[in-house]
Each structure stands twice: as structure tokens, then as C-alpha cells.
Design a protein around this ligand. Structure first.
Ligand SMILES: Cc1cc2nc3c(=O)[nH]c(=O)nc-3n(C[C@H](O)[C@H](O)[C@H](O)COP(=O)(O)OP(=O)(O)OC[C@H]3O[C@@H](n4cnc5c(N)ncnc54)[C@H](O)[C@@H]3O)c2cc1C
Length: 301
């Protein structure tokens, strides 16, 4: 797909108007099968967390998406009631024009989920299925899902991004989309990105530096590592509190959208910093307004 086709003009007076996201074409009850092209580790072999970059080929399907939308994946088999396994959502990590040099290729960033119950280890169904797929395997997908967590049409709108863990996935898509455009057509991005250590700071470390390779004067990335140094535990909200400058400037300019993606509960700490910036007295009204105008967007899971 040509990038110029994807850039839609600003059509009305609302600068926060989003690009129009393609509707769901494949329902979970009628998914489409696509081929696995790649499944690579984004974390070191011996690391406690396992996060993978999984590339699927949409060739021959009618699947179209925008950065920020999610894809449904249906693991093979049936649940305990004999019904097909329930769909799980994964943020699309690619720009709408596909992976570089391969327009039909789309990436997901998947963390292998494991949990313990009464001393026994259990493994999340779909994340483990996806983490084990091999090139050439077929995967059933649905979607795309979501209309709001997509970028605005107007490049004058600043993008204030907050990610933890695999919550970085949609923002890789944002960065890659904007990287292909002339400077005047690109929004300013401020990204606060939290993970445990540099080893799971995916897409921004020595294993894969897709974000670092796209960093330029139009974007700022603030990293927060919670377990790299026991004397300096920084969560995403701590980094935001320490370096709120770019966000304060965006708030003064007045045209901005906030996107929060990742671990459930992360929004609370971020909200506290915004409350400090905006002021205790006016925060409740401001947050209400931001929610109503869809300035505040969160996808936490
Ligand atoms: C909009 C959206 C976007 C997402 N994007 C991503 C993404 O980009 N990358 C990504 O890795 N994930 C993403 N997720 C999460 C993903 O959809 C799945 O929830 C995740 O992979 C876990 O699914 P699973 O089938 O592996 O685990 P499941 O089998 O569904 O288990 C999930 C969790 O449920 C709990 N649980 C289930 N059964 C039990 C039990 N018997 N006892 C105790 N606890 C239990 C555990 O806490 C377990 O961790 C996203 C979710 C949403 C809603």
C-alpha cells in the first residue's frame, strides 16, 4: 500500500479527528488463516521474561488495519465446554503499509504468559501457542479491532505515549508510519517507556533497535527500568514525574492526544503525574473533558 494513500487530509474543524480505522472484516466466528513468516526472540534466551516478534503474511486476504488497532488470534482446539477457543487480542506492531519491504507482512509482539496456582505452573493458552509457532505454520486471525486507539489526521497534534512491556507494540507502528513522511507531516512524539531491564526493553535495545533507529528531532523517548539497578527503580510514572517538560509544553500548545498501553494498573501512576501538572483543583474536570473528547486513550490488559 502506498503511504500517500494512507494519509488522509484534515477534513473538518476538529483537529483531534482520527484517521478512519478499517472495520472488522473477519469475525472470531469466521476467522481467516494466514501463514507465519517469522518468530524471533526479542529477549535473551536465558532471561526470565520471554517476548517474541511474530510476523504473519496477510497476502490473499482482505485484512486492512491502522497502527494502534489489534488483531484477534484463535488458538487451535476447544475449551472445556467443547467450543472453539476464545479469541485473544494482540496490538498490531506494524505500520499500515506493512513491514519494511513487505507490505503484506504484519508483526505482533507477544509475551509468553505463565502463572502459578496452588504451587502448580500454568501457561496462558494463546500466548504460548503463538510463542511456539514456526515459519510456515497457519494461524487463525480475526479483526481488526478498535477504532479509537489510532493516530490523528492532523500532524500538528502532539502524541503523548506511555507504554509498559508489550504495550510498546502499537507505538512501534506509530513510529514506523511517521518515519516515512516528510518532517512537516509528522507529529511530535513524546514516549515514556517502562520495562524491567534493558533486556526486555523491546524494540529499543541491542537485540532489536527499531525505535532507536527511527529516533530523530521529532520524537523523544524516555526509558524507565524498574529492575536494572536495585538502588534506582524507575517505573514509567517515575520517569514522567522526573521529566515532565515535553508533556507540559504539549499541554501549553493545546493540541495533543494521550495514549496509554500495557500493564493493567499503569494508568493510575500516570494520572497522578497529570494531576500534579494540571493542578489538584481542576484535575477532575480536566480528566472528564479529556475522556469525553477522547484525548485520553488507554488500552491496558
Ligand atoms: C486490546 C488488547 C491488546 C493486547 N495486546 C497484547 C500484545 O500486544 N502482546 C501481548 O503479549 N498481549 C497482549 N494482550 C493480552 C492478550 O490478549 C492475552 O490476554 C495474553 O496473551 C494472555 O492470553 P493467554 O491465552 O496466553 O492466557 P490465558 O490462558 O487467557 O490466561 C490469561 C491470564 O488469566 C489468568 N488465569 C487464567 N486461568 C487461570 C487460572 N486457572 N488460575 C489463575 N489464573 C488464571 C492468569 O492471570 C493468566 O495470566 C492484549 C490484550 C488486549 C485486550
Amino acid at each position: 500500500m502506498e503511504l500517500s494513500v494512507l494519509m488522509e487530509p484534515v477534513t473538518n474543524q476538529n483537529p483531534l479527528e482520527r484517521l478512519s480505522a478499517p472495520p472488522m472484516i473477519y469475525k472470531p466466528s469466521s476467522p481467516v488463516e494466514v501463514e507465519v513468516i517469522e518468530n524471533t526472540l526479542l529477549t535473551p534466551e536465558d532471561y526470565s521474561e520471554e517476548i517474541r516478534h511474530i510476523v504473519l503474511d496477510l497476502k490473499g486476504t482482505d485484512y486492512r488495519y491502522l497502527e494502534g488497532q489489534s488483531m484477534g488470534v484463535i488458538a487451535p482446539g476447544e475449551d472445556e465446554k467443547g467450543k472453539p477457543n476464545r479469541v485473544r487480542l494482540y496490538s498490531i506492531a506494524s505500520p499500515a503499509m506493512g513491514e519494511p519491504g513487505a507490505p503484506s507482512h504484519v508483526a505482533l509482539c507477544v509475551k509468553r504468559v505463565a502463572y502459578e496456582e496452588s504451587g502448580t505452573s500454568y501457561y496462558g493458552l494463546c500466548s504460548n501457542y503463538l510463542c511456539d509457532v514456526k515459519p510456515g505454520d497457519k494461524v487463525k486471525i480475526s479483526g481488526p479491532n478498535g477504532k479509537r486507539f489510532v493516530m490523528p489526521r492532523d500532524p500538528e497534534v502532539d502524541l503523548l505515549l506511555f507504554a509498559t512491556g508489550t504495550g510498546i507494540a502499537p507505538f512501534r507502528g506509530f513510529f514506523m508510519r511517521l518515519a516515512g513522511l516528510p518532517a512537516e507531516e509528522r507529529s511530535h512524539i513524546v514516549l515514556y517507556y517502562g520495562s524491567r531491564t534493558m533486556k526486555d526493553h523491546v524494540y529499543y535495545n541491542a537485540i532489536n533497535n527499531d525505535l532507536g533507529n527511527l529516533a530523530d528531532s521529532k520524537n523523544i523517548i524516555h526509558s524507565a527500568l524498574s529492575r536494572e539497578d536495585p538502588n534506582k527503580k524507575l517505573h514509567v510514572q517515575d520517569r514522567f514525574r522526573l521529566e515532565p517538560g515535553p508533556v507540559e509544553e504539549a499541554l501549553k500548545r493545546g493540541n495533543f492526544l494521550i495514549y496509554i498501553c500495557g500493564i493493567k494498573g499503569m494508568e493510575k501512576g500516570i494520572e497522578d503525574v497529570f494531576r500534579q501538572i494540571v493542578g489538584e483543583d481542576s484535575w477532575d474536570a480536566t480528566k472528564q473533558e479529556w475522556k469525553e473528547k477522547t484525548i485520553w486513550n488507554q488500552e491496558v490488559y
